[in-house]
Design a protein around this ligand. Structure first.
Ligand SMILES: Cc1cc2nc3c(=O)[nH]c(=O)nc-3n(C[C@H](O)[C@H](O)[C@H](O)COP(=O)(O)OP(=O)(O)OC[C@H]3O[C@@H](n4cnc5c(N)ncnc54)[C@H](O)[C@@H]3O)c2cc1C
Length: 500
């Protein structure tokens, strides 16, 4: 008889777990607190604009990438056009009096030429940097075997795949982006490299992978954006026979004699299954849904100490102006600094989505300004709803004022304004502190492995960004696939992939 599984959360990890489980003869039912699939991979509509809340680049978007087959298995890119950007971002560096434009071309040779124009004195390091990007453009150490099942053969195979990169990996593995930037003598380049992702403590290796995949055109943008992407995986799941129950928040995971046996919803309804998978926020799964009964020092320390991707404040604007001639992402230096959430900012970054005509009416553009925000600031504001609304509006006004300086007249062309704070991300997805990718990828977490089970609890598993440091769509899909491989292995089956 097939086993029944309840999956908590219809984010991409929950949907992935559901699809692979259905393909392998398990009966699954997803319980989701929101009214939509996708979790963080989402979008919302306002005044004729679709505000995309997630995908900027999707690793594995081209058939040349080894990851592509996973998207194919889930029909995630079916009949979808992919856009490859020529420019990743442009960053204004220096001061208003001594300003340079650092254009991060996705092609490493064009990037090399642009960097040398800014800093000919750094030629040697620039050549090293772009040679590293090219080298890591083929870096894809992916195997179908989940890490938990890797035997000696898989290990040797991995080592063989790693071998061409080992020297560089050893050399750069411990560096953050900020550390690496120090190698340039030119201050514009130091500043520009650090600002590419605006996360100075992020692993330098991961920056190399990202720029490498952009160079190889393996990480494009799927037209339609995040919600249609999630909907395609939802359709795949439903067509495989799975079921989803929306608007249903799990309050508690039910256990009996240290076995997970079911879930209790906010409504009081109880549902039972042979296996429970949580593809929801890690902290609330462990410390709230399971009352902190199945943890240990290692897990507690992880949740106490490891840094998370800091959440965003996101201002979206629908503007009756065509931005298609502009680079997709621009970081501008401000003539005079601004104060947001009590902190001084010398730059603002924004992006437009003119490459995706489905997001804005003809002749108009969707613009998004995002900056790294402070969860506690918004948590405090949210105690007083009026203050929360007032502060959101004041920040929107400050940011619009900055745009007006660069694009005179734009204020009058704004047709739609939408603001999202870390509290918004938390409210819709329950992710701790409104984080958008879980554990920050630092040199320390880069090679960290997190178990998909909890100590002392049987028939319970986790999938998604809380068991996969760094999160991101490809890795959460893989975590769902790996988890079902594990279940198949336990049930003495080999993972099957259903072609249709
Ligand atoms: C602004 C932004 C930009 C991003 N850009 C990219 C990008 O360009 N490329 C990329 O690869 N990744 C990107 N990401 C990251 C990516 O979206 C996430 O890492 C990934 O979607 C996480 O998926 P998940 O399924 O693990 O978790 P989630 O998406 O958080 O899904 C968890 C689900 O569980 C549900 N849930 C939680 N608690 C409960 C409960 N108690 N009961 C029932 N349901 C519950 C939630 O509602 C949610 O649907 C971005 C994210 C954001 C926010």
């Amino acid at each position: 008889m097939s086993k029944n599984i309840i999956i908590i959360g219809s984010g991409i990890a929950g949907l992935s777990s559901g699809c692979y489980a259905q393909m392998n003869g398990y009966n699954t039912h997803i319980v989701e607190q929101h009214s939509l699939p996708g979790g963080l991979c989402t979008a919302w509509e306002r005044n004729g604009y679709k505000i995309d809340g997630c995908i900027h680049w999707l690793v594995g978007s081209s058939p040349e990438s080894s990851f592509y087959k996973y998207w194919e298995e889930l029909h995630a890119l079916k009949e979808t056009e992919i856009v490859q950007h020529e420019i990743f971002t442009t960053i204004e560096t220096g001061t208003p009096e001594d300003k340079k434009i650092f254009t991060v071309y996705t092609n490493a040779d064009r990037l090399n030429a642009n960097m040398k124009k800014i800093a000919p004195e750094d030629t040697a390091e620039i050549d090293t940097f772009t040679a590293l990007i090219k080298k890591f453009s083929s870096f894809e150490i992916i195997t179908d075997t989940p890490p938990e099942l890797m035997g000696l053969g898989d290990f040797f195979n991995m080592m063989k795949m790693m071998k061409p990169y080992m020297r560089e990996f050893r050399q750069y593995r411990k560096l953050t982006i900020k550390d690496y930037a120090e190698r340039f003598s030119n201050s514009h380049l130091r500043e520009g490299i650090t600002a590419i992702l605006d996360m100075p403590d992020f692993s330098f290796m991961v920056l190399l992978f990202m720029l490498g995949w952009q160079h190889a055109k393996k990480a494009g943008y799927p037209i339609g954006g995040s919600l249609p992407f999630a909907r395609r995986i939802e359709n795949r799941y439903l067509s495989l026979g799975g079921s989803i129950q929306y608007n249903s928040r799990v309050k508690r995971i039910l256990t009996r004699k240290n076995r997970a046996v079911g879930v209790e919803l906010d409504s009081g309804q109880k549902q039972y299954a042979d296996i429970i998978i949580s593809a929801a926020d890690g902290y609330s799964t462990i410390y709230s849904m399971l009352d902190g009964k199945y943890t240990n020092k290692k897990i507690d320390r992880m949740y106490e100490r490891l840094p998370l991707f800091q959440p965003f404040f996101m201002l979206s604007l629908g503007v009756r102006r065509d931005f298609s001639s502009q680079p997709p992402m621009i970081v501008r230096l401000l003539d005079s600094p601004i104060v947001l959430e009590g902190k001084t900012h010398h730059k603002i970054g924004f992006q437009h989505y003119c490459h995706d005509p489905s997001l804005a009416p003809d002749g108009a553009s969707l613009l998004e300004i995002m900056y790294t925000s402070d969860y506690d600031y918004w948590k405090n504001c949210a105690q007083t709803p009026d203050l929360y609304r007032k502060n959101k509006a004041a920040i929107a006004e400050t940011l619009i004022g900055c745009l007006e300086n660069y694009y005179p007249g734009i204020r009058k062309e704004i047709e739609m304004i939408d603001t999202a704070t870390p509290m918004t991300f938390e409210r819709y997805t329950s992710n701790r502190n409104g984080t958008y990718e879980g554990w920050l990828l630092t040199p320390k977490t880069l090679t960290m492995r997190i178990k998909k089970t909890l100590p002392g609890l049987k028939n319970f598993y986790m999938a998604g960004q809380w068991v996969q440091p760094g999160g991101g769509l490809p890795s959460v899909v893989k975590s769902g696939r790996d988890l079902i491989s594990l279940l198949c292995h336990k049930d003495k089956k080999i993972l099957k992939i259903s072609p249709s």
